[in-house]
Design a protein around this ligand. Structure first.
Ligand SMILES: NC(=O)c1ccc[n+]([C@@H]2O[C@H](COP(=O)([O-])OP(=O)(O)OC[C@H]3O[C@@H](n4cnc5c(N)ncnc54)[C@H](O)[C@@H]3O)[C@@H](O)[C@H]2O)c1
Ligand SMILES: [Zn+2]
Ligand SMILES: [Zn+2]
Length: 402
């Protein structure tokens, strides 16, 4: 079968690989009908989330049809249409029983302290072969998949694999409640779902910061208030828009590939630029940009620094942007002196997703407007390259099988 395979930083290929099979009785094999490229995948190719194992199949977002299940998978059978959770979880351990499935004690073969196990990730996450393929072996399938009702299309389902649950989880981490003024950093597709989720969880206002005008336009279409950090200082603007108080809650939907302003009043001074350069060296020592391709973000802590500055005293910050273990910069003292609450992590997909499937199935929320590109799996590498170069309009790429 065909699959997108990681060979090195800046080197991914569409390879012919062997079909997956059932190995454990808790496995299923699923024929993928739709997968997608995520901002998380870009960290692996840019070298900001290392180390990866050569030969790992990428991708952690998919819908498909069950082909075969192991003896211990009792809730699914061949022919079921499913959405696959990005994160793998056993369904049995203490964490899974509390719904904290991103910290499952069992799924990660590196042991209970190794953190989240997810498809197509670095060595420390399994690694488990990913979903940008024609078929996949799903470990702990009973807990790692959800059946899709007929009223949810594949096109809708693909956004329930990771992105919508993650945006929802981000608003929960930030403790969004009725009336809150919320800032979302990052207007990529995760940021878009964070905006939608913040409003659905009761936010009175959502202010969004990015510098990509097409993405800011999508945020505006959701009734968010938009701030371009290349033309104005987001800290000053958000203070101004909130009568000097700041926002109640912030969602970081940027992560380790954050960028600083390259022009305008928010551009860093020389000392701050040097700090950012040192952070890039720390998180991406082996980055291998090729011209404007696979370039790591130039300011890993920029979104977090702004988050701490724009939030009100006693404010809350929810971090869903992904940071690597080597990321050690955070304005801790400033946060402490404001009595902030900061929560973070990978989404607990298994427990977060079911009500969101219902929301889409009911017809009350159609997430498909956020898919901007539809490509065949055979065009996956070109699609990765365009998405990585942040080409205008390329906000979310869906890969269609066949
Ligand atoms: N926690 C989870 O479970 C989870 C799941 C999925 C994705 N993620 C993470 O969410 C993040 C966003 O994913 P995506 O697919 O939307 O990625 P993306 O790369 O498409 O979007 C990131 C956006 O952030 C913007 N940005 C860069 N620097 C910024 C700054 N300083 N301030 C404000 N905006 C800035 C970029 O212009 C871009 O629009 C990634 O880090 C991804 O790994 C986390
Ligand atoms: Zn994803
Ligand atoms: Zn578990």
């Amino acid at each position: 079968m065909k699959a997108v395979v990681w060979h090195g930083i800046g080197d991914i290929r569409l390879d012919e690989v062997s079909d997956p099979t059932i190995i454990e009785p808790t496995d299923a094999v699923v024929r993928i009908t739709r997968s997608a490229i995520c901002g998380t995948d870009l960290h692996f190719v840019r070298g900001t989330m290392a180390p990866m194992n050569e030969g790992t199949i990428l991708g952690h977002e998919a819908v498909g049809v069950v082909m075969e299940v192991g003896d211990d998978v009792r809730g699914f059978s061949a022919g079921d249409r499913v959405v696959i959770n990005s994160t793998v979880s056993c369904g049995t351990c203490r964490y899974c029983r509390e719904g904290k499935t991103a910290q499952c004690d069992v799924a990660n073969p590196n042991g209970p302290d190794a953190g989240t196990c997810f498809f197509g990730g670095p060595a420390s996450t399994g690694p488990v072969n990913g979903l940008q393929a024609e078929q996949v072996r799903v470990p702990f399938a009973q807990n790692t998949m959800h059946r899709l009702p007929d009223t949810v299309s594949d096109e809708q389902g693909i956004l329930l694999s990771d992105i919508f649950p993650t945006g929802w989880f981000g608003a929960e981490l930030a403790g969004v409640k009725r009336g809150d003024v919320v800032a979302v950093f990052g207007a990529g597709v995760v940021g878009q779902f964070a905006i939608a989720s913040a409003f659905k969880q009761g936010a009175g206002r959502v202010i969004v910061v990015d510098h990509d005008e097409t993405r800011l336009a999508m945020a505006l279409a959701q009734n968010a208030e938009v701030v371009n950090f290349d033309t104005e200082d987001p800290v000053e603007t958000i203070k101004h828009l909130t009568a000097g108080v700041g926002v109640d809650a912030v969602i970081d939907a940027v992560g380790v590939d954050a960028q600083h302003a390259t022009q305008g009043p928010a551009a860093p001074d020389d000392a701050t630029a040097a700090e950012f350069a040192a952070e890039v060296e720390q998180v991406a020592p082996d980055a291998a940009p090729q011209g404007d391709q696979w370039v790591p973000g130039n300011a890993p802590s920029q979104a977090l620094r702004w988050a701490v500055e724009v939030v009100a005293k006693y404010g809350r910050i929810g971090v869903i942007g992904v940071y690597s273990p080597t990321m050690a910069s955070f304005p801790f003292g400033e946060a402490m002196l404001k009595n902030l609450t900061i929560r973070m992590g990978n989404c607990d997909h298994h427990s977060v997703t079911p009500p969101l499937i219902d929301l889409v199935a009911s017809g009350r929320f159609d997430p498909t407007a956020f898919i901007t590109e539809r490509e065949g799996i055979t065009s996956a590498i070109e699609a990765y390259e365009a998405f990585d170069r942040r080409e205008a309009g390329w906000t979310k790429v869906e890969l269609i099988a066949g």
